[in-house]
Structure formats: structure tokens, C-alpha cells
Design a protein. Structure first.
Length: 369
């Protein structure tokens, strides 16, 4: 890999005239050679001047494609990437949302971390994920809390991959380094990064994932894809599809059975979280729909204290305090120690290699049963 490999950035847009400049300016300010950054804006029928703004600054390495008849929704990112594959030079893929702001060292850190990880994980399919800070509706910045204490590596269909999902089912991530599956229409729709943890689970079948506990980007708290019930149903569809796929691969299925239980539990909790959010925003129909969906997804969710509190709230019980319910979701636990930390010295390199050899032998034995 060259010192500064080409990076191809895709940004799907729809009526983003108010914040597209923020994203493009942050890319322009990167501590990375400008001649190695290629950007494609895929616009889904904007009517607010987004296209005109992009055209006004369009250059040799910035292009725009208009898809006025395409659907803006759950398949947006997959549709945009299909255009990217034909329009931009080869390079490492990165998808951004409209309004994203990249810290000035973002691209350099992603490339450096990918190079460092490949010294220990010699696998063609390597996905890099990092944390994201959040810009709240009032403009204040909410810093992310890392899931793990140091950079680490995992495959999704393993105990450490499941632990990653359990700790971060609400965490927002920036992913770098892998194209969506060519099996597209159904497969790559879960490249929609709002369902990132389910996309990671599918990707983990064929590739490896490395986590960098740094926030390299700021993303808006609310996006234009946020129909909560549609989002939850989409994630549930992914879980069901994944469960069918893992049954066809013996060693994945062993972990996959556990993963299915884990994914349903976390999606049920996610549904309750979205219910709390909707209630706080005053959209009570969405709040009640999300609350009811949680039990459909996993009927054991009723054992959670938060379920009873929300049930009381919807029954208009006086003792139910919505602020306390919302506050329950604030994650306070410190970053965990990862099972597969990336090595920092010679001794850790040897230990890492031994653990990988043992894990490979175990997967082979399971597949032969």
C-alpha cells in the first residue's frame, strides 16, 4: 500500500443545502494529499439548492450525480455506492452522511490505522470502524465514549463480536475500507450505517473488523432517514435474513444461534430507546409503536425495569417520570478491555499470533463436526 492511497468518498444528499458546505469544507481541510481524495455527491432530487451549491464548487476531484427518481430511504447508501463504483477511480471507500464534519486528521488516521492493523491481520477484507461525536439539535457537541480501552480486532460471529454488539447497539460508527457486497439489492441495503452493527455481523462472515477508539467525525443527532418504526423493522428483517444465512455455514451457525438471541435482545432494547426518544420529542404514536415492537422482537424484554417504567408512562401513571426514563439510557460504564487488542510490542505480537492460530483451529474443528 502506498503512503497516501486514493480515497473515494460517497455522500448521498437530499435537501442538504444548509449543511453540505460543512462536509465539503472539512474534506478540503484534511491533512492528506488533495490529489488523492475523490468525492461523489449522489443527490436524490433536492429542491433547496443543494445541487447548485455543489456545482458552484465542482472541480476535478468532485462530481455530482442526480437521481431525482430514486428513493431516499433505507437503500440510499447502497444506491449511491452503485453509482460510485462506475464514476470514481479506484480507492479506499468511505461513506459520509450529509452534514458530517471530519476532524482534520480523520483520513490520515484511518489510513495509518489500516496499515498498522494489516501488519497483524493479513486478510484482504478488513473493515475499520471508529467512533463519532454527535452534534445535538441545539448545536452543542456530545463527545462519544469509546466502547473499548484500546484498538482491537474481531470477527462478528464470535463471543467478542457479540460483546461488541451488546456494548454498542446505540453507538454511531464511521466505517472505512470495504465496499458493499456485490450481492446488492438485498445484501448491501444494510450498508446503511444506521444499522451498522447488523451490517458488521454480516460482514464478519467473510472479513475482519478493527476498531479504533477515537472519534474522527461529527455527525448530526437527527437525520432524514429517521422513521423509527421503519428503522426497527428494517433491522429485524436483517436479523431474520442473517439467521437463515448462518445456518448454511456450520462453524458460523454455532456462534450464530447465540448471536440471533443477542441481536434480538439488543434490537428490543434499541426499540425501547427509540420509544423514549420519540416520547421526549412528543411524537407519541411513534413512541407507542416502538414500545410495542420491542415485545414482538423479544418477549423476554418485559423482564427489563425500563419496560415497566415505559408501560407506566403510557398508562399515564403519575409516578412515571419521562426524564428519569430518558436518563437511564446514558451509558456510564468505562471502556472495556478487548479480547483481541492489537499488539503494541513484540511479546503482544507473539501472543496475538498464538491466539489467532488457536481460534482458527477451533473454527476448523467445529466445521468438521
Amino acid at each position: 500500500m502506498s503512503k497516501f492511497p486514493s480515497i473515494r468518498i460517497t455522500i448521498p444528499t437530499y435537501n442538504s443545502a444548509s449543511d453540505i458546505d460543512r462536509t465539503l469544507d472539512s474534506i478540503e481541510a484534511q491533512e492528506y494529499p488533495k490529489e488523492n481524495i475523490f468525492i461523489l455527491i449522489v443527490d436524490f432530487g433536492s429542491t433547496d439548492g443543494t445541487v447548485e451549491k455543489v456545482l458552484a464548487r465542482s472541480g476535478k476531484r468532485l462530481g455530482i450525480m442526480q437521481l431525482p427518481d430514486a428513493r431516499w430511504g433505507r437503500t440510499t447508501v447502497a444506491t449511491a455506492w452503485k453509482q460510485n463504483a462506475h464514476q470514481l477511480p479506484l480507492g479506499i471507500p468511505l461513506t459520509l452522511e450529509q452534514g458530517d464534519y471530519l476532524y482534520s486528521n480523520c483520513l490520515r488516521r484511518l489510513v495509518d490505522f489500516q496499515k498498522k492493523t494489516r501488519q497483524h491481520v493479513r486478510q484482504a477484507n478488513l473493515l475499520i470502524v471508529t467512533d463519532i461525536d454527535t452534534r445535538l439539535a441545539d448545536g452543542t457537541l456530545q463527545k462519544s465514549m469509546p466502547l473499548y480501552s484500546r484498538p482491537c480486532f474481531f470477527r462478528a460471529h464470535t463471543d467478542d463480536g457479540i460483546a461488541f454488539v451488546e456494548r454498542g447497539f446505540r453507538q454511531r460508527m464511521l466505517s472505512f475500507g470495504v465496499f458493499p457486497s456485490a450481492q446488492c439489492d438485498t445484501g448491501s441495503t444494510f450498508f446503511n450505517q444506521r444499522s451498522w452493527w447488523q451490517w458488521l455481523s454480516n460482514y464478519g462472515m467473510v472479513g475482519s473488523i478493527a476498531y479504533l477508539p477515537e472519534a474522527l467525525c461529527i455527525r448530526n443527532a437527527e437525520g432524514k432517514l429517521d422513521d423509527p418504526l421503519d428503522d426497527i423493522l428494517f433491522r429485524l428483517d436483517n436479523i431474520i435474513s442473517l439467521n437463515r444465512m448462518v445456518q448454511e455455514t456450520p462453524y458460523i451457525y454455532v456462534a450464530g444461534k447465540k448471536y440471533d438471541e443477542c441481536a434480538r435482545r439488543q434490537l428490543a432494547l434499541y426499540s425501547l430507546w427509540r420509544s423514549s426518544q420519540a416520547a421526549e420529542q412528543g411524537t407519541m404514536r411513534d413512541a407507542e409503536d416502538c414500545f410495542l415492537m420491542a415485545r414482538v422482537i423479544d418477549d423476554t424484554i418485559t423482564e427489563e425495569p425500563i419496560w415497566a417504567e415505559l408501560q407506566d408512562f403510557f398508562a399515564r401513571e403519575q409516578h412515571a417520570d419521562l426524564k428519569n426514563i430518558v436518563a437511564r439510557w446514558e451509558r456510564k460504564e468505562p471502556p472495556a478491555e478487548p479480547k483481541w487488542p492489537l499488539p503494541r510490542n513484540f511479546a503482544e505480537v507473539l501472543l496475538f499470533k498464538l491466539k489467532r492460530c488457536f481460534a482458527h483451529g477451533r473454527r476448523t474443528a467445529l466445521a468438521e463436526r
